[in-house]
Design a protein around this ligand. Structure first.
Ligand SMILES: CSC[C@H]1O[C@H](OP(=O)(O)O)[C@H](O)[C@@H]1O
Length: 372
């Protein structure tokens, strides 16, 4: 079966699925320049650490392609200035997921590398377009490898491999990546291998990535699944012994394994520890920030209060999605979009390169060695 896709691209043309309208309306919107790319990411029409980086890169690719077609670049220097300033601008869209910053650094290095031999603007633009297009391919391949490594790890490390249910948080599937997904990719592999009894997903307040996006992906592919409120996770673990692993994604993993992920991840790690089950982080190596020794340095994005005091994606009688206020007027709001789970609560970090685990007796991962 096909999985859903959040990004539609052909050279010079980019459309993104407006995830604010899911699951009720499937609306693809054009992204014609970096301003559109920045807005799609900032408003969370596009979200998910890998998808954010890919849409940012492709928005630069279509913007530069259009300018080249219209001969708007007069010199190589002017072209370089446009590319580098666009990357700096795209980095201001959301601060926590490292993938966007990793991509901006790689593309800046690419511009620096090719500028020496560049004779005309297209000599700078073409390599950027090709690098952006390659991300679409590489991301899906990375996720397939994550799915394979993660499913193997879970089957080999649970108590009862004939009775595996898992709980996942937020959305880490085809709607957060170029396809297949990270944590949800592991769920897909377990299901495809007939190793999954049931997948539980949390609602993931306040944006509801779980009830609106993950539930949508699971139902779309007929994966046996049940939606719970975030507040039900501990009761589920206490009452359902088949739930033997919690699998989540990541926005930024520090060198010691501390992981920034959707708000609510930290308390899932605490309850996994209390109930003695696996807590597994799934992420491509582009989500690992080796420049950060620990999670203390990770910037946590705070989102607008209106995203918490309303319920996004409510379906009105006229079949339009909208946000409806639920909280009392005048109440103060704290709305961090992520939290940091310390490495000692994490069983394993599954990447496309394999599964990182801690040395016996150690509370931290050594991801520098793992990735070297
Ligand atoms: C594979 S997506 C990783 C990560 O991104 C999500 O955050 P958001 O929906 O705010 O972009 C969530 O934290 C996922 O786990």
């Amino acid at each position: 079966t096909r999985t859903l896709e959040a990004i539609q691209y052909t050279r010079g043309n980019l459309q993104i699925l407006n995830q604010l309208a899911l699951p009720h309306e499937t609306i693809f919107e054009p992204v014609i320049n970096v301003q559109d790319g920045h807005a799609a990411i900032k408003t969370m029409k596009t979200r998910g650490a890998p998808a954010i980086a890919i849409v940012a890169a492709l928005s630069l690719a279509v913007d530069a392609y259009a300018r080249l077609e219209k001969n708007e670049f007069k010199t190589v220097e002017e072209t370089k200035e446009f590319l580098l300033s666009s990357l700096e601008y795209l980095k201001t869209s959301r601060p926590t997921a490292v993938n966007l910053f990793d991509t901006a650094a790689k593309f800046t290095a690419l511009v620096d590398k090719v500028q020496g031999e560049a004779k005309e603007p297209k000599d700078l633009v073409q390599p950027i377009i090709e690098a952006a297009e390659k991300m679409l391919i590489d991301d899906v391949q990375d996720n397939k490898n994550i799915g394979k490594h993660g499913a193997e790890y879970i089957v080999n490390n649970v108590r009862d491999k004939s009775n595996i249910s898992v709980l996942t948080h937020c959305n880490t599937g085809s709607l957060a990546t170029a396809g297949w997904g990270t944590a949800l990719g592991i769920v897909r592999d377990l299901h495809r291998n007939n190793q999954l009894k049931h997948a539980f997903c949390t609602e993931t307040r306040p944006y509801n990535q779980g009830s609106r996006l993950t539930a949508y992906e699971l139902v779309y592919e007929s994966i046996p699944s049940t939606l719970i409120c975030d507040s039900m996770a501990s009761a589920l673990l206490r009452l359902n012994p088949s739930v033997q692993a919690i699998i989540v994604g990541a926005d930024r993993v520090a060198a010691n394994g501390d992981t920034a992920n959707k708000i609510g991840t930290y308390q899932l790690a605490i309850t996994a520890k209390h109930h003695g089950i696996l807590f597994v982080v799934a992420a491509p190596s582009t989500s690992i920030d080796l420049s950060m020794e620990s999670g203390k340095e990770i910037v946590i994005e705070e989102r607008p209060a209106n995203e918490l005091v309303t319920t996004t994606g409510v379906l009105l009688d006229n079949n339009q999605s909208t946000a409806v206020r639920t909280a009392a007027q005048g109440i103060n709001v704290w709305n961090p979009s992520f939290d940091v789970t310390p490495s000692e609560l994490i069983s394993a970090i599954v990447t496309e390169k394999g599964v990182a685990v801690k040395q016996p007796g150690l509370n931290e991962f050594d991801l520098k060695s793992f990735l070297s």
